[in-house]
Design a protein. Structure first.
Length: 259
């Protein structure tokens, strides 16, 4: 019995030692893979903090185990295609307070389903590809950007989760309709369906063009009729102005003699 207790005690000690060793290896591995200028910490989930690191682009050597990623307050200007594709456990992504202007169509491919929070506020985003946020489940923050409100933005917001809340925080810096500039996007979208504006504009243009052609045809017909009437009147006046032909005396005598 004493031997069994001793064996169990040693086995438990070995398990704890092995667990500590594995945990230490994981921590060391994660720390050794941490991008330059970033701080990686493991407290249940791997947290990668690259805030205020003077980064001009998103690091491409992020640890695949990253769950929380902070890239805020840098000088990042774009989000390339599939830049996060290997971060299958990513749940929080903070890209606020950068100079982001461009978001490629497949920028969030690979993480759209796992992301819970996406912060893109306080950037320079005017517009994005209509498929940029496809399948994105995250609660997105996109306020404080110089958005151009048009059909594409309307489609983007409709495809996002919690789009009502998101749209309510989007202010139109510019818009396809001048009267919407400076107003919340939600109000602009309620006033007019921005995706129908091009069709309506085309219809109006066609209507104006047809009316113009019709007016030209009518004007030509009126001009033609009036011109003909004027020519006919002049011709008639000319005929009236001609002296009438009178019979000569000898012609009259000849006629009498014949009779």
């Amino acid at each position: 019995m004493h031997l069994i207790d001793l064996w169990l005690t040693r086995s438990l000690s070995m398990c704890l030692l092995l667990q500590s060793f594995v945990l230490m290896i994981l921590c060391f591995h994660s720390a050794s893979m941490c991008p330059k200028g970033c701080i990686c910490s493991l407290s249940g989930d791997l947290n990668v903090s690259c805030s205020n690191a003077n980064l001009k682009e998103i690091p491409r050597d992020l640890p695949p185990e990253t769950v929380l990623l902070y890239l805020d307050s840098n000088q990042i200007t774009s989000i390339p295609n599939e830049i996060f594709k290997d971060l299958h456990q990513l749940r929080v992504l903070n890209l606020s307070k950068n100079g982001i202007e461009f978001i490629d169509e497949h920028a969030f491919k690979g993480v759209a389903e796992t992301l819970q929070t996406l912060d893109l506020s306080d950037n320079r985003i005017k517009s994005v590809h209509k498929n940029a946020f496809n399948n994105l489940k995250a609660r997105a923050r996109i306020a404080n950007n110089p958005w151009h409100c048009d059909c594409t933005l309307q489609q983007v917001l409709r495809s996002m989760a919690s789009n009502h809340e998101t749209a309510n925080n989007v202010i139109c810096k510019t818009s396809v309709l001048d009267e919407h500039a400076g107003r919340p996007f939600l109000n602009a979208a309620n006033d007019a369906d921005l995706c129908n504006l091009p069709k309506k504009t085309t219809d109006y243009a066609m209507l104006v063009t047809m009316f113009g052609w019709f007016t030209m045809v009518i004007s030509y017909v009126v001009y033609y009729v009036r011109q003909n009437q004027e020519d006919a009147r002049r011709h008639l006046e000319y005929l009236k102005s001609l002296p009438s032909r009178q019979k000569k005396p000898d012609e009259a005598d000849d006629i009498s003699t014949v009779v």
